[in-house]
Structure formats: C-alpha cells, structure tokens
Design a protein around this ligand. Structure first.
Ligand code: FES
Ligand code: FES
Length: 175
C-alpha cells in the first residue's frame, strides 16, 4: 500500500479537518489524508505525481481531466478525492503502462491526431471508453462521444480517423 503521509494538502493548508481515504489507483493501494475540498484531479497530480491527467477548465467542460472511476469515465475536476474512498481509479498512466491502449496511442501518432497533446490523455480515455463497448461505432457516434473532449489543435478529423481505425482493427481481431 502506498501511504501518503506527507502534506497531502499540497496547494492548501494542512488541517485537522483532512479526511483519511483509501483507494486503488492504477492497481496500487493508496491511503492518504486529504482536504475535503480537494478534487480528484488535484489529488492525482499533486499528491500522487500522476501528471498525465491534465487540468484545463476546472468546470467540467473540456474533458482534459478524464480518468476512470470504478470503470467509468469521469471528469476529475468534478469529483472530490474524498468521494473516491474505497474506489478504483485508473489514469492515463495506468492504461498506458498496461498496454491496453497501445493500439490507440499508435494510431493517434500515425494519424497525427495530436499536436500539443494537452487534450490527448482525456481523449484517449474517452476513446477507450467508447471502444470498450465493442463493435465499430459510426463516425457520427465517435464525434458525439468525444464532443466533451476539447481539442484546440487538430480539427478533430485525424482523431476520429484514429479511433475509427482502432475500432476496425479490434473488431477484426475479435472475429
Ligand atoms: S479540467 Fe475538468 S473538464 Fe476541464
Ligand atoms: S492536441 Fe492540442 S489541444 Fe488537442
């Protein structure tokens, strides 16, 4: 188990009101004391140094902070860390290290589906969520699914191309 005994209130004040939480992050047990107001994305980035999850709008709009919470894609800026007590969290680091999205990462690279890369972790988590439902989604479905992930660079076409390519590859491999 990973114990976060140093100041888990990085960016804030240590307080007797900090709450103890225990959760699994990328398959590792983690225990920490956190400020009740601390968001999940800030906890991941500041306390666990998992900086692959990005922070954009902090208002649930841009999708940069997407992680998986008990298997479902959520916006880490809209969830308090204390709400994750007992939960399983997976970040882009966990998905990447497990090899689960290697095909998506390769397709994004091959199709030039990223430029600055700021949106890419959230985009990959969103894409994986869609593709894990199985089948080959239409381009309209892909477009709708990633509509909550803002990309300021690519124009989206290459991202949709990459996701569609991997959907077809996975469907072919499943036959
Ligand atoms: S930072 Fe969470 S949705 Fe934008
Ligand atoms: S690649 Fe720059 S925001 Fe998407």
């Amino acid at each position: 188990m990973r114990l976060i005994s140093r100041n888990s209130a990085a960016g804030g004040l240590m307080s007797s009101h900090n709450l103890e939480i225990s959760l699994r992050v990328n398959g590792e047990d983690v225990s920490a004391r956190v400020e009740p107001r601390k968001t999940l994305v800030d906890f991941l980035r500041e306390d666990l140094a998992l900086t692959g999850t990005h922070v954009g709008c902090e208002h649930g709009v841009c999708g940069a902070c997407m992680v998986r919470l008990d298997g479902e894609g959520v916006r880490g800026c809209l969830v308090f860390a204390v709400q994750c007590d007992g939960a399983e969290v997976e970040t882009i680091e966990g998905l990447s290290d497990s090899g689960a999205i290697a095909d998506l990462q390769n397709a994004f690279q091959a199709r030039n589906a990223l430029q600055c890369g700021f949106c890419t972790p959230g985009m990959l988590i969103g894409a994986q969520e869609l593709l894990s439902r199985g089948g080959v989604p239409s381009r309209e479905t892909i477009r709708a699914h990633i509509s909550g992930n803002y990309c300021r660079c690519t124009g989206y076409q290459a991202i949709i191309d990459a996701i569609e390519q991997v959907a077809k590859q996975r469907a072919g491999a499943a036959r």
